[in-house]
Write a protein that binds this ligand. Sequence first.
Ligand code: TYD
Length: 135
Amino acid sequence: KVEPCRMVDLPEHNDPRGNLCVVEAGKEIKFDIKRVYYLYDLPATTIRGAHGHRNLEQLIIAVHGKFDITVDDGQYRDRFHLDNPSRGLYVGPMVWRNLINFSPGAVGLVLASTHYDEADYYREYADFQRDARKL
Ligand code: TYD
């Protein structure tokens, strides 16, 4: 089990007009949201992510369609299937993640705890693995 990762159920408000789902900082997620980005028009064979972060925390939601996320903390590996807009995957620091198997039209929404900072990234798996082993 990859400790820093877990599925989070998001409160859904269903009514005849349609559904609404909420993520509130301090409730469903503990971090403050500093940045939002989203992935779309993804070729079926694409691999997104393929990096680790030193400090960043994220909540990743398949707001449309489905995809898989593989996670690796340098010791354990796990795989999550995202196919429900009312559930997100929390990914903590020091996790190597790959986003794969995007269904046609899938949209991945990412809520992030910090502004974009290239210095926070591990772009090379070997560098990530070296530091992850020290934990
Ligand atoms: P990249 O890290 O490769 O995306 P992914 O995590 O999906 O693999 O980022 C793609 C490009 O977008 C890269 O040039 C950096 C830029 N980018 C930003 O400018 N700000 C951001 O917040 C993010 C996530 C990416």
